[in-house]
Design a protein. Structure first.
Lengths: 148, 439
């Protein structure tokens, strides 16, 4: 009788252990924590918000770093051909002022020469791209700096 | 590894903060001898803190300073109960196993959110702007300069609060709060109905999470806050409509709804007022409670209109297209279209299928129990009528609006009807257990 009781409670614990393992597999605990461990926050954000696709998070952050754009300045930005609310809301925008010196044009699938002759409305500013030089291009993402 | 440690630390922060002020050892001061488990205390404390966060947002109190005060108070308060907590958790193996399961599920969903960082459309479009507004210590008055300023701000405020007060200060740490609230609300309601049977309880919790978890809605949307608060309302409604004091607590529980989303104001009326109206307290007290319950939306109106400078809804309440509905052909075509999308949404958020099935089975086979749960049927009817009214009333492109919003509206209230499902399950499990013991 005593052995039977021990077996019964042992069975109960084995069921719990299997259930816990099953739950952790369903919610992919090992995989998710492996991903968090292997890929840092920035690379996970690249995957989530794209490098030069989706919101172009990768292109914007890498370029801002490369050209040492001050943290309190927001470049003008426009996502063409891909209607998106853009990523700027996440990049701590409220204490920044728009700096007309820098321009991002993201996800542009048209002809590059057409772009050069265009006057574009960006963040309530009218921009003529003839006044700017292309400083960086990656895929369909462009970064322009105003001519001195 | 630091990030994983930070995620686990964030869970500890939630547990510390939301163990204060109500806990298992002082709950009787407020709730006499009603059953409250650990997850119920977390739920009540979250509601209390949401109300306090709201006050802080209007007073422009520095979030970091408030966090330090909160942590200090919670630690100081909990230190008196730490031994009791340890004794309680170790007193029964079931409680320890229950707590382990809670931690396991929380870590699982925290990990899922942390490894999928995408913020979806509405989040990028406006919620995150409000969040960064608070994150950067900008005042509440600045909200009128942002996109969709008339949307309530409590969700973004809490998001920014835990984002700012995390070890690594990554944005998603703020959203972990949404996951925590979601899990404690489900534990709270299932614990209430299945107090003694751990395995049944775990399987039910697991299935509710499987049916209601949607990664998309954790990507910056506020829907889970409404979903979880409505679960808390339904869990506490079982004894809170019995006397005057409890009704006031029910109003406080429902109050954050109206500060989370526009539709939250309507949910406040739909899900709180029937409990007041159908409460057994005398008429004079009932009128007084109703007056108090009405004061809160009026305060919200004045605060938004005159303090924040914005009050409004997505569409004007009285608009020109309302006249169109007098044409029966147009009205019926709208109702048909809404019904079609409603079915699609119910299939998408399967918790509703379980709810509707339970409603039907209870109605036809368990009429005796059914009388006590009458109020849930009344609320379900008002809730569905509200959904139809919203879309019949809209002046915008109906098909587009139904495609992008109806499923979320349907989802918000799906958790509220869990008591019907749980009572039915309990009944069925007991019946099968009894018939087995007889044989």
């Amino acid at each position: 009788m005593k052995n039977f009781k021990i077996n019964l409670s042992l069975n109960k614990y084995i069921i719990f252990i299997f259930f816990f393992i099953y739950v952790s597999q369903v919610f992919r605990i090992p995989y998710n924590f492996h991903v968090i461990n292997q890929r840092n926050y920035e690379s996970r954000m690249h995957i989530a918000h794209g490098n030069c696709d989706k919101e172009s998070y990768g292109f914007i952050t890498a370029t801002s770093k490369e050209f040492a754009i001050k943290k309190n300045e927001a470049p003008l930005s426009l996502s063409l051909d891909h209607y998106s609310p853009e990523i700027w809301g996440l990049l701590k925008p409220h204490k920044k002022k728009y700096n007309k010196k820098y321009i991002f044009i993201l996800n542009y699938f048209g002809n590059f020469n057409d772009l050069k002759n265009k006057t574009i409305s960006m963040n309530d500013h009218m921009i003529n791209l003839n006044d700017y030089s292309l400083a960086k291009k990656f895929g369909n993402c462009y970064f322009w700096i105003k001519n001195d | 590894m630091i990030e994983i440690f930070s995620i686990l630390f964030q869970l500890l922060v939630f547990i510390i903060i939301f163990s204060f002020p109500v806990n298992l050892f002082n709950k009787n001061l407020l709730f006499e001898n009603h059953y409250l488990g650990i997850s119920d205390c977390y739920c009540l404390n979250i509601i209390i803190h949401l109300n306090l966060f709201l006050i802080c947002s209007f007073l422009n109190i520095d979030q970091r300073l408030y966090f330090y005060i909160l942590i200090a108070l919670s630690l100081f308060f909990n230190i008196f109960f730490i031994k009791k907590y340890i004794d309680y958790i170790l007193s029964k193996k079931e409680i320890l196993v229950n707590f382990t399961f809670f931690i396991l599920i929380t870590i699982a969903l925290f990990g899922d959110l942390a490894s999928h960082l995408k913020l979806e459309w509405d989040a990028l479009s406006h919620w995150v702007w409000k969040t960064t507004n608070f994150y950067e210590n900008m005042s509440i008055e600045n909200i009128k300069n942002l996109r969709f300023p008339y949307y309530p701000h409590l969700g973004p405020y809490v998001w920014s609060f835990f984002w700012k007060n995390s070890i690594l200060e990554y944005e998603y740490f703020g959203r972990l709060f949404y996951v925590f609230l979601y899990i404690v609300s489900i534990f709270s309601i299932v614990n209430y109905f299945f107090r003694n049977s751990n395995l049944n309880k775990f399987i039910i919790i697991f299935f509710i999470i499987i049916l209601s978890f949607d990664r998309f809605l954790f990507s910056g949307y506020q829907g889970y806050l409404l979903f979880s608060i409505l679960i808390i309302v339904s869990r506490f409604s079982f004894f809170l409509n019995k006397n005057f004091k409890y009704l006031l607590i029910l109003i406080i529980i429902g109050h954050p709804l109206m500060w989370i989303k526009d539709e939250g104001l309507f949910y406040y009326f739909i899900f709180i007022f029937p409990f007041i109206l159908m409460s057994p307290i005398d008429l004079r007290k009932k009128m007084f409670v109703l007056m108090l319950a009405l004061i809160l939306p009026i305060i919200q109106y004045y605060l938004q209109k005159y303090y924040m400078g914005v009050f409004g809804f997505q569409a004007e309440i009285i608009n020109d297209s309302l006249k169109q509905n007098l044409n029966l052909k147009i009205l019926f075509s709208k109702i048909f279209l809404i019904s079609k999308f409603m079915i699609v949404s119910i299939i998408k958020y399967k918790l509703w299928i379980i709810n509707l099935l339970s409603f039907t089975i209870m109605f036809f086979f368990f009429k005796k129990i059914n009388i006590n749960l009458k109020i849930f049927y009344v609320i379900a009817f008002i809730n569905l009528s509200f959904l139809f009214a919203v879309y019949i009333h809209t002046p915008y492109d109906l098909k587009f609006l139904l495609t992008v919003t109806l499923d979320r509206l349907v989802f918000h209230s799906s958790g509220f009807y869990l008591p019907i499902v749980l009572i039915l399950l309990k009944k069925l499990l007991n019946t099968s257990y009894n018939s087995r013991s007889k044989t």
